[in-house]
Design a protein around this ligand. Structure first.
Ligand SMILES: NC(=O)c1ccc[n+]([C@@H]2O[C@H](COP(=O)([O-])OP(=O)(O)OC[C@H]3O[C@@H](n4cnc5c(N)ncnc54)[C@H](OP(=O)(O)O)[C@@H]3O)[C@@H](O)[C@H]2O)c1
Length: 321
């Protein structure tokens, strides 16, 4: 295989951004797109120079034209699409959150494992160079013992109630859309969660609009996280350790810089220059995995994805009771 041939599912906002950044990735080629409407698939294919356009996922998968499908439909539609692809033996990069429940996420990884098919949640921030640098710093002990994470992600969504952000039938709510990012950073830096506490504000459609989340990890490590879709937050993050800290300025999940402080030294800025918004890093990683015959990402693993889904499940259960 010389280049991984990609099929894109859905033609919404995220699909467009991914395809626009794809030009900066390596090892793959955009081949096909599938939309609910054939005309939308054709228009997307025409705009981005894709060879094939479909209005049925089955058709896109069965023609032997794609080596992977990138799922960018609303969260509520991820499970069925991913399962369809896995059953067809086609690898999957699935937008976050992988599904609406822990049970569904586990079922997908189990099916992928049994079938020997690659499956990864598109937690693109894990492949951002500034976040990768922070992981290295932490592993090298450069901030000493890591003790806490503070992170937030929020904006005020100006959308109708039917939009996927507010519509419960499409998996609406702040947690599933943006809250998973602070959770991801906390799990990445501090590991397993022992205790979950939270405070939520719910909107007229019944979905969560704002939440404060406090996590207790092993050995007394803690996370303080906030997510919202009804107000603006600074979108910043800090990882604190016994010898220093790593601070990400706004839009930490797509960071282009970080500030590193170590006791007794001047704080230092690290900058990372890259084109686009950074979605190409995960695409390149997936291509590398597939070209080397791996069925699991060694960087954002099934276990990472399942642990994230378990924490989300726990929060949603708290808010229901
Ligand atoms: N990684 C990131 O940074 C990031 C950023 C934004 C969103 N996302 C994720 O990407 C996914 C899509 O988000 P988005 O912002 O692209 O959403 P969007 O703009 O609303 O697009 C979703 C697309 O899904 C398709 N679709 C299928 N069934 C639908 C239904 N019942 N209602 C509405 N659309 C339906 C539509 O495409 P067709 O008409 O072509 O079928 C629609 O354009 C979400 O899971 C979200 O969490 C990730």
């Amino acid at each position: 295989m010389s280049a991984i041939r990609w099929g894109i599912l859905s033609t919404g906002n995220m699909a467009r951004q991914f395809v626009e950044d794809f030009q900066y990735s390596q090892g793959g080629i955009l081949k096909a797109v599938c939309s609910r409407q054939q005309k939308d698939a054709e228009s997307f294919a025409g705009e981005f120079g894709l060879e094939y356009a479909y209005s049925s996922l089955d058709n896109m998968l069965e023609k032997g034209q794609v080596d992977i499908v990138y799922i960018a439909s609303p969260h509520s539609h991820h499970y069925d699409a991913a399962m369809t692809a896995i059953r067809a033996g086609i690898p999957v990069l699935c937008e976050k959150p992988m599904t609406l429940t822990l049970q569904e996420t586990e079922a997908l990884y189990e099916a992928a494992d049994k079938a020997g098919v690659f499956l990864m949640e598109a937690l693109w921030s894990r492949f951002n160079p500034a976040i990768a640098e922070a992981v290295d710093m932490v592993r090298q002990g450069r901030i000493g013992e890591v003790k806490s994470v503070q992170a937030n992600f929020g904006f005020a969504a100006d959308v109708p109630d039917s939009h996927r952000l507010l519509n419960p039938a499409l998996g609406g709510g702040a947690l599933l859309d943006v809250g998973i990012y602070p959770l991801f950073l906390s799990l990445l830096m501090l590991g397993d969660v022992k205790k979950v506490q939270s405070r939520v504000e719910t909107g007229a459609t019944g979905v969560d609009l704002y939440e404060d989340i406090w996590l207790e990890h092993e050995e007394g490590r803690t996370s303080s996280l906030t997510a919202s879709i009804d107000r603006y937050l600074p979108n910043t993050a800090v990882i604190s350790g016994s010898k220093g800290y790593i601070e990400f300025p706004s839009h930490w999940f797509a960071a282009r810089s970080l500030r590193y402080y170590r006791e007794g030294e001047e704080a230092e800025w690290y900058s990372f220059d890259f084109p686009g918004n950074g979605w190409h890093f995960e695409a390149t990683h997936v291509n590398e995995c597939l070209l080397s015959g791996q069925t699991k990402s060694p960087v954002y693993t099934p276990e990472d994805s399942i642990r994230l889904a378990a924490t989300v499940d726990c929060l949603l259960a708290q808010w229901k009771s």
